[in-house]
Design a protein around this ligand. Structure first.
Ligand SMILES: Cc1cc2nc3c(=O)[nH]c(=O)nc-3n(C[C@H](O)[C@H](O)[C@H](O)COP(=O)(O)OP(=O)(O)OC[C@H]3O[C@@H](n4cnc5c(N)ncnc54)[C@H](O)[C@@H]3O)c2cc1C
Length: 343
């Protein structure tokens, strides 16, 4: 016999965790099933020899309404990037007005901005200019763990294999629920809910190096106007918890997985120094970094696929923490409203 819940949320990324928080606080019995061993999805980090290594350059924006609403940064040590002025500096020539935004937005969307809807470009640019992007001590994982903290009943290391009506089959068990919320990455969502459109995604690689001598002013994001490197920053200048005392940790991202020596050459041009003695720490290749949100696609796609099936995540909103969390919140509110009406 399958176990029965009010709701099952598939995936404990930001969208799934946000949905689960709202559903559980409304008193709905909710099971969260997560295939990996920890919460956060794409928002996570590793600790290695005193260094904090986020899976990609992932800033937390204290101005995102969903982060503000849940008061998430109150319990974390948050340090903004570049206090005062633009949070980035363009490396290379500025020849036309779009050169002022293109390099930065390429680093945000992990693709050329022309591939992304103008509405989404404006939304994200605004959030960086008027919000306060920064880093939290302990890395991106600290943020996800805090979001997950009040959520009970998360089954980690359990993968949903298929959804048949309100039955959810995993590699461990069969469950059922009145409502199922699919909160996975877009590729898995399309596999679990075949009626969804296929979503194109970007890929990226983030490299971590330690400089052999301190570089001044490297705590402001450098965004090259051209070349394979899309951004680089001394992440430990922004938040000192990212590296042991006396070490300067650089996070640099490329769209293609180029060789480490090419990355060093690019870093040398950006930071105007010799990088041959920089220590390579790690690299993270992320195959499906972000969904591409093309022109013409609305900011939010419908979340209710059937009366008993919702799909949330950044691919149903726009590619960002805010977009993902907002879809989780909207779906949960709809489910709660229906549950109240049914009483
Ligand atoms: C390199 C990089 C940098 C970024 N930088 C920023 C930034 O600075 N600011 C910003 O706002 N956004 C940024 N983003 C975007 C942001 O991280 C994402 O938009 C957001 O985290 C997506 O959350 P999600 O919950 O929709 O999906 P995900 O994080 O992908 O969560 C999906 C979850 O579902 C789980 N899952 C998948 N399949 C199954 C299954 N079959 N059964 C059970 N569980 C399953 C996965 O393990 C995962 O935990 C960045 C993303 C990347 C990759």
């Amino acid at each position: 016999m399958s176990e029965e819940f009010d709701c099952i949320v598939v995936g404990a990324g930001l969208a799934g965790l946000t949905a689960a928080r709202y559903l559980q606080s409304a008193g709905l019995s909710t099971l969260v099933i997560e295939s990996s061993s920890r919460p956060g999805g794409r928002v996570k980090s590793d600790q290695l020899d005193g260094f904090t290594l986020d899976h990609g350059f992932q800033v937390i924006n204290s101005g995102y309404p969903n982060i503000e609403m849940l008061g998430l940064l109150e319990d974390l040590e948050f340090t903004p990037i570049a206090q005062g002025g633009l949070p980035f500096r363009i490396v290379g020539g500025i020849h036309k007005p779009s050169d002022l935004t293109r390099p930065f937005l390429r680093g945000v969307f992990l693709t050329e901005p022309r591939n992304v809807s103008p509405r989404v470009r404006a939304e994200i640019y605004k959030s960086f200019l008027f919000g306060k992007p920064g880093l939290v001590s302990g890395g991106a994982s600290a943020f996800s763990e805090l979001l997950a903290a009040p959520v009970s009943n998360i089954h980690f290391n359990e993968t949903v294999q298929n959804i048949d009506g309100t039955h959810v089959k995993t590699d461990h068990a069969l469950y059922s629920a009145r409502k199922v919320v699919v909160a996975t990455d877009p590729t898995t969502a399309t596999h679990l809910v075949p009626s969804l459109d296929v979503i194109r995604t970007t890929s990226s690689t983030t490299w971590y190096h330690v400089a052999d001598s301190m570089i001044e002013g490297a705590g402001r994001l450098a965004v090259p106007a051209s070349g394979p490197l899309i951004h680089s920053i001394a992440i430990s200048d922004v938040n000192t918890s990212y590296a042991p005392k006396g070490s300067q940790l650089f996070s640099s991202t490329t769209l293609k997985n180029i060789s480490e020596s090419e990355v060093r050459k690019e870093l040398s041009n950006i930071w105007r120094c010799k990088t041959s003695d920089w220590q390579f720490i790690a690299k993270y290749e992320i195959n499906q970094s972000l969904p591409i949100h093309p022109a013409g696609k609305p900011l939010y796609s419908p979340l209710e696929i059937r009366a008993d099936l919702f799909v949330v995540g950044d691919h149903r909103g726009y590619p960002s923490q805010q977009g993902a969390m907002e879809t989780g919140k909207r779906a949960a509110k709809k489910i709660i409203e229906r549950a109240l009406q049914a009483r």
